[in-house]
Write a protein that binds this ligand. Structure first.
Ligand code: F3S
Length: 60
C-alpha cells in the first residue's frame, strides 16, 4: 500500500490524522501529509482513514 493525499482535493479537515495518526499528519500548509516511512500494513488504519475522508483525497 502506498498512501497518498491529493493536495488538490484535501480540505484540511484533519479526520485522517485523527483516524490514523501513525500514517497521516497535518502540515504547516493546513493539508494532510503522509508521514515519511509510514507503513499502512503495520498501522492498519489507512483504509479507515481513506473511507473517512470527506473529499476522497486519500488514495491507497
Ligand atoms: Fe484532507 Fe481528507 Fe485528511 S480532507 S485532512 S485528506 S481526511
Amino acid at each position: 500500500m502506498n498512501p497518498k493525499v491529493d493536495p488538490d482535493l484535501c480540505i484540511g479537515c484533519g479526520v485522517c490524522a485523527e483516524t490514523c495518526p501513525d500514517v497521516f499528519e497535518m502540515g504547516d500548509d493546513g493539508l494532510a501529509h503522509v508521514i515519511e516511512g509510514a507503513d499502512c500494513e503495520s498501522a492498519g488504519c489507512c483504509q479507515e482513514a481513506a473511507d473517512a475522508c470527506p473529499t476522497e483525497a486519500i488514495s491507497l
